[in-house]
Design a protein around this ligand. Structure first.
Ligand SMILES: *[C@@H]1O[C@H](CO)[C@@H](O)[C@H](O)[C@H]1NC(C)=O
Ligand SMILES: *[C@@H]1O[C@H](CO)[C@@H](O)[C@H](O)[C@H]1NC(C)=O
Ligand SMILES: *[C@@H]1O[C@H](CO)[C@@H](O)[C@H](O)[C@H]1NC(C)=O
Ligand SMILES: *[C@@H]1O[C@H](CO)[C@@H](O)[C@H](O)[C@H]1NC(C)=O
Length: 634
């Protein structure tokens, strides 16, 4: 008799273990082989692949709603930001997700003992033979060769049963392309991870050395210095809550500042800061290298730090110096460091795009990857970027969700919107197959600027011959303000009225084969600030610098001063600002920019117009207005 219940249970569990069957659906598909690679052969079917299945997180459908709940100016929970623990708990993949994927693998003949769940429950891993992987994913794996000789395993597309597909973000390796090319072998600059490497991604531009520094309000059309920015945006404020406040600037090695350059700038413009340095937070072996110098190595960091440190003085600045000299780093490496729940090789990174630490190839940083070791500052400005098309939609979406989580925790995340107008970094445009070339005809939006959970910052200029009292235009000297409409992200509710107004009042004379004309996609940038003619000390000389690279840290400085005022009044930091700045309560808190455009891809781009536009967003900051309105919020 003792055996009977057990037997019954065993029979029952057999009955329930009938494999679930649902039709196969294509989960991810790549349209073209990335430049530099060619398919060389079918992979050996007995070889073993480390297969990693990224699980869909819970409550992602409520992400925007949850973020609006703490960021919407009319919400009862405005400013009640979440703890990191609450964020991790809310979005961890559900039991049902984990079980569905496990059952599917079990039903497909994979022994449970071969399946491993990562610590943060976000990945399921197993070592599968090529034959098993091809059967699981209904695909074919090929070996691809790079012109440098490097080989990579990939497929063109793969399928999952429908009931499994909805629980999976992505499977690796699959269509995602290997960027693990040592940069020394890769003069073409196609490495995606080394976002700080000269020639990769977004960089400020210079027209050369300044012969004499004008530093006059009358000359802001020729040279931007601190007095110009203070006059343009009404920045008159002495920080008082510096011990409570924080402002972080992110740099990617080998980009680095030189202390001698900071001192040279401060000596001329902010004498009390001579000898001051940012608070260095080293991430994954990052340090302010001095081995390589020149505009291409020091321009970005010198610009960001000289202006940010001066504008928020005496507020100390945190410098998140990310990545070593060998492997470099990606945005995910930075995000891992400031949010432990996003972190680890197993918890969100894609070895095809992100650097792996300790350096598996030797010669680089040998320490453990930084995971939750750095505290996120209240405002974080980054002047680096990719083109959306450099990344797969799934990869971009996963990273974008992380920016929403930082918003839930009270951090304002700013990214420069790009310097090539409607074209992408490097002045590349899209072709219909998704490839990017100089002669492409489709606009090429930048990332993370198109992520609806970051604040994207475009560039303006003081018009030639004009004074600081006159309205600025979209920047049309040396660089053009990045802007347009995402191909990956839907329009968030907070900007719907503003963007619909633009599309209705000024219908762009372009077709759906030039830009995402659905009227339902995320428009960027959100705001703008001056990006032309900055006087920056670089390698012992004053140079004239252009770019949204300047606009982002200047906007970050202004928002940091707003945080100071709120913190001094016992209020929370402003956190994710987009729902607030697009709300009626903030109408008129930005200087609307209505002239200029953002040319690219053989067109004049979009026009700056009255109201929001995909060139300068809502406009440039009016600091006294912003402080007053943010102090009026709870
Ligand atoms: C896969 O194999 C590698 C090398 O043998 C091993 O280190 C790793 O733990 C294995 N992974 C799983 C999920 O079994
Ligand atoms: C566009 O440029 C690519 C190389 O970047 C070239 O292969 C292609 O032929 C060009 N197409 C046209 C229409 O000129
Ligand atoms: C346009 O944007 C929408 C919303 O993000 C997206 O679903 C659609 O695929 C995009 N269209 C193109 C052509 O990229
Ligand atoms: C920009 O404005 C000019 C002049 O009003 C107009 O001819 C052009 O069609 C507009 N372009 C766009 C993209 O809206």
């Amino acid at each position: 008799m003792l055996f009977l219940p057990l037997l019954t249970l065993a029979l029952l569990s057999v009955a329930f273990a009938e494999p679930r069957v649902s039709p196969l659906v294509t989960h991810e598909k790549r349209s073209h082989t990335p430049a530099g690679w060619s398919r060389s052969r079918r992979h050996d079917s007995a070889a073993v692949l480390p297969l990693r299945i990224g699980l869909v997180q819970s409550n992602m459908d409520k992400l925007e709603e949850l973020l609006l709940d703490v960021s919407g100016p009319e919400s009862a929970n405005y400013g009640k930001h979440w703890s990191a623990g609450k964020v991790a708990q809310t979005f961890a993949p559900s039991r049902e997700t984990v079980d569905t994927v496990r059952e599917w693998l079990g039903d497909s003949g994979i022994e449970p003992s071969r399946i491993k769940l990562s610590g943060a429950r976000t990945w399921i891993e197993l070592n599968a033979t090529i034959e098993e992987a091809e059967r699981l994913l209904n695909t074919e794996y090929h070996v691809y060769s790079h012109f440098t000789g490097k080989e990579h395993v990939a497929c063109d597309s793969y399928q999952l049963p429908e009931h499994v597909s909805k629980h999976v973000d992505l499977v690796l390796p699959s269509i995602h392309f290997d960027a693990v090319i040592k940069r020394d072998n890769n003069p073409s600059g196609h490495t995606l991870r080394n976002i700080g490497q000269p020639g990769v991604g977004l960089k400020p531009k210079t027209t050369g050395t300044v012969s004499s520094i004008l530093n006059q309000l009358e000359a802001c059309d020729q040279q931007i210095t601190l007095i110009c920015l203070r006059a343009l945006y009404g920045i008159v404020y002495e920080p008082v809550a510096t011990s409570k406040n924080s402002y972080g600037i992110v740099e990617y090695t080998p980009q680095a500042y030189l202390q001698t350059d900071l001192n040279m700038f401060f000596g001329n413009f902010t004498p009390n800061l001579v000898g001051s340095s940012p608070k260095m937070v080293s991430i994954d072996g990052g340090y302010a290298q001095t081995e390589y110098t020149g505009f291409d190595y020091n321009g970005e960091s010198d610009l960001d730090l000289q202006y940010a440190m001066s504008l928020v003085d005496p507020q100390p600045i945190t410098l998140y110096q990310t990545g070593d000299m060998v492997e470099g780093a990606s945005f995910n490496n930075f995000l891992d460091a400031i949010d432990g729940s996003y972190c680890t090789f197993e918890g969100g990174d894609d070895p095809n795009y992100d650097s792996i630490y300790p350096d598996p190839y030797g010669g680089g940083y040998e320490g453990p990857e930084d995971c939750g070791t750095a505290t996120p500052a209240y405002v974080i400005s980054t002047s680096y970027g990719y083109n959306e098309a450099d990344l797969s939609p799934a990869y971009a979406a996963r990273q974008c969700a992380e920016y929403a989580k930082l918003g839930l925790m009270g951090t304002t995340v700013l990214y420069s919107s790009g310097d090539d107008g409607v074209a992408g970094n490097g002045d590349l445009c899209l072709n219909s197959d998704g490839s990017q070339t100089a002669n492409g005809t489709m606009f090429n939006p930048s990332f993370p600027g198109t992520c609806p959970y970051v604040t994207s910052v475009g560039a303006t200029q003081v018009n030639p011959g004009a004074s600081v009292a006159e309205p600025e235009s979209a920047c049309m000297q040396v660089i053009y303000s990045g802007g347009g409409f995402s191909n990956y992200f839907a329009m968030p509710s907070y900007q719907a009225a503003a963007v619909e107004h633009y599309l209705t009042a000024y219908p762009p004379p372009y077709t759906a084969s030039q830009y995402n004309a659905t009227g339902k996609s995320r428009g960027f940038p959100d705001v703008a600030a001056n990006g032309a003619n900055y006087v920056v000390a670089i390698d012992g000389e004053f140079e004239l610098v252009f770019g949204t690279s300047a606009s982002s840290p200047v906007t970050g400085s202004i928002l940091t001063l707003v945080n100071d005022a709120r913190l001094a009044a016992g209020k929370s930091p402003i956190g994710f600002i987009n729902p607030t700045i697009y709300s009626p309560a903030f109408t008129g808190a930005f200087h609307d920019i209505t002239t200029g455009s953002n040319p690219g891809c053989g067109t004049i781009g979009f026009n700056a117009t009255a109201g929001w536009d995909p060139v300068t967003g809502l406009g440039t900051p009016d600091f006294p207005q912003l402080v007053a309105r943010w102090l009026a919020l709870p």
